[in-house]
Design a protein. Structure first.
Length: 236
């Protein structure tokens, strides 16, 4: 039979009483030994739960991958039909999306006028590693040097503590001269990268949250197309 012995020490300078364990080392050893089977059982339950979580998440990703492969041709056909109904399909799709409401700056809108295509892809690298990527293709323009902006997220489902890592293309603004020279008469160059809002999420070194957000936005836009009323489009 284990006995747990404590006494309350007198209040010290901080006016707080202290609980002091006066069990002998032998009693402490007996207690640790008694608790050991419980700790082992708890660890076993934790490991079983972790394995079940990995299995469930992996199964969900496999189903998603299979679904994306099946709908790929249908999505391409749908977007061709959308392009016949909506001029400037992809700029309209981005700007009309409720997911980007209040996120686009004037520079974003100017850049998106050059957007030619949005595409997303998903690849299974192994049983527990999946890669998702969203790609925006632009016409050559005077705003950014890249013709493709992309975000790539790798999901390692065997590591539940840190399941995703992200990479981005980066976005490089074309340097432009200020329209008005400063008072000292010297022309200075500025970069417009900071002027981008939504498109700024493609910057190098973007955090995982920003990458996942951009990936979700582009997957949703590619799937749903522009938020327009088809009946109104037909009447026009």
């Amino acid at each position: 039979k284990l006995q747990f012995l404590y006494f309350i020490a007198p209040a010290q300078e901080n006016n707080m009483a202290t609980v002091v364990d006066i069990r002998s080392e032998k009693e402490n050893a007996r207690r640790r030994e008694a608790l050991k089977p419980i700790e082992e059982k708890l660890l076993e339950i934790e490991n079983t739960n972790k394995a079940a979580e990995i299995e469930a998440t992996t199964r969900a990703f496999r189903i998603e991958l299979e679904f994306k492969e099946k709908r790929k041709a249908l999505l391409e056909e749908k977007n061709k039909l959308w392009a016949e109904l909506v001029p400037d399909l992809w700029p309209a799709a981005v700007l009309s999306s409720p997911m980007v409401a209040n996120r686009c700056t004037p520079k974003d809108e100017e850049l998106l006028a050059n957007l030619q295509k949005i595409s997303t892809e998903m690849v299974g690298k192994s049983d527990t590693v999946f890669v998702k990527k969203a790609i925006l293709t632009f016409k050559p323009n005077q705003l950014i040097k890249e013709t493709e902006l992309w975000v790539e997220v790798t999901f390692n489902l065997s590591d539940l503590e840190s399941p995703s890592t992200c990479k981005t293309s980066g976005i490089t603004a074309v340097q432009a001269l200020k329209k008005k020279a400063p008072q000292d008469g010297k022309k200075r160059k500025r970069t417009a990268t900071a002027d981008f809002g939504l498109m700024g999420l493609f910057k190098q070194g973007a955090d995982d949250e920003a990458c996942l957000e951009m990936l979700d936005i582009m997957e949703e836009i590619e799937l749903n197309g522009p938020a327009v009323d088809l009946e109104e489009s037909e009447e026009e």
